[in-house]
Design a protein around this ligand. Structure first.
Ligand SMILES: Cc1ncc(COP(=O)(O)O)c(C=O)c1O
Length: 399
């Protein structure tokens, strides 16, 4: 689960960094290999954008910028962050509740497409573009009333009533409005219906449906030229062993077949993935501060906790981890140890919800050892409530 490289490096890192140790560690070489491989498998007319919200750390973006087709952003802050550091990288802009200020920023940043969440937003975009004398390329973000049979996700943005996208029953009206507005150019449709899809076959069923709707609508509404189908992100990471993540190779083979079946070779098919791109390159590594028994259960209290690493709480799971045996012990007090038992790993917060892993079996763990949580490179540090209790933040280490 942990790369051998990381395991051998950790004792040295511990001696060089803060006491007690607590850090996010990112494997940038691993990230590079992974993303290169993802992009290389895609059919020729497909593009992979990175959803910056998953992890906007600069070294991560620097590694990704030359590999992906561009960055998907969802706020003015993300636009500024990306543009200040990557003046040339293509940006696409989505998300609900866009402010006028953000739309103006998007236009001046030269975004490739804006993903329109409602008919009202469409009118606002058109008005703001007209005022600045620009024509802006847009995709209409569409929500569907259902997902393909058997498809479920704990994080569904669509396939049911949600705040995201335009109701598919209103597509004709929305397109009609868009086609009447000279300052917008309708380039196609956007769908991001769910996250954490772990089955490639299921996802192919969804893409089949999206390609079918895309073909129907581009023909029915007479959209000109190569159009864009943005099929969102949502490729899943299996946090529990045996870690059967989304099968990208299988997906790309099936995707190629579907693109041919739906005669979509001359259109652009875009994806904007977050979790699947960066989750595996990051580790949250923290030091054991205390080991105690409470009514027969063993609790291991670590530095930090869910205010640094909210992923287990957000996903509602017990996060996998490895214990790293640290031999050095220079403290003037005794070292506690627990062996061959089930432990619950918590952090330093004053809430019983501050649990990272529950009832997990270990061979041995001591105060001063490290606990390393993998799959912490996406929706981890950046979705955590850093200010709660004002404990110091973890370090960010790039190897
Ligand atoms: C519109 C949109 N696109 C892409 C993503 C990235 O999703 P994921 O990280 O599941 O690939 C999200 C995540 O919330 C999103 O809201």
């Amino acid at each position: 689960m942990l790369s051998e490289h990381l395991v051998t490096m950790l004792p040295t890192l511990v001696s060089k960094h803060r006491d007690p140790f607590c850090a996010y560690i990112y494997d940038l070489k691993g990230l590079h290999r992974h993303v290169k491989q993802l992009v290389s498998k895609l059919p020729i007319n497909c593009e992979l954008f990175y959803a910056v919200k998953a992890n906007p750390e600069l070294p991560i973006l620097r590694e990704l910028a030359p590999l992906v087709h561009g960055f998907e952003v969802a706020s003015g802050g993300e636009i500024q962050h990306v543009r200040a550091n990557f003046p040339e990288t293509p940006i696409i802009f989505g998300g609900p509740g866009k402010l006028d200020e953000e739309l103006n920023l998007a236009l001046s940043a030269g975004v490739e497409t804006i993903h329109v969440e409602s008919v009202y937003e469409l009118e606002r975009i058109a008005c703001i573009a007209r005022q600045s004398g620009r024509i802006v390329d847009i995709l209409l973000r569409i929500n569907l009333s259902s997902l393909p049979d058997g498809m479920t996700s704990p994080i569904a943005m669509g396939g049911k009533a949600t705040q995201f996208g335009i109701d598919s029953l209103m597509v004709a009206y929305a397109v009609e409005q868009a086609l009447c507005l000279p300052s917008v150019r309708l380039r196609g449709f956007h769908f991001h219906l769910l996250s954490q899809q772990k089955s490639a076959s299921m996802h192919l069923k969804l893409i089949d449906r999206l390609l079918s709707l895309f073909r129907e609508w581009t023909l029915e509404f007479g959209l000109q030229g190569p159009c864009i189908l943005n099929a969102g992100g949502g490729f899943g990471i299996e946090y529990s062993p045996p870690h059967h993540h989304f099968d990208w190779n299988k997906f790309c083979i099936g995707l190629d077949e579907l693109i041919h079946q739906h005669d979509a070779m001359h259109h652009k098919i875009r994806f904007e993935a977050g979790r699947y791109i960066t989750a595996a390159c990051g580790y949250y590594v923290t030091e054991v501060l205390d080991i105690k028994k409470n009514f027969g259960k063993t609790f291991v209290v670590c530095r930090g906790g869910t205010q640094h690493f909210r992923t287990p709480l957000a996903q509602g799971h017990s996060h996998p981890f490895s214990v790293i045996d640290i031999h050095d012990w220079k403290k003037p007090y005794q070292r506690l140890k627990a062996s061959n038992c089930d432990i619950t790993i918590t952090g330093q917060l004053c809430t019983p919800k501050d649990v990272l892993a529950r009832d997990a079996h270990i061979q041995s763990i001591k105060t001063g050892d490290l606990v390393a949580f993998p799959y912490a490179g996406a929706y981890a540090w950046h979705i955590s409530p850093h200010d709660f209790l004002k404990h110091p933040p973890p370090e960010q280490i790039y190897i």
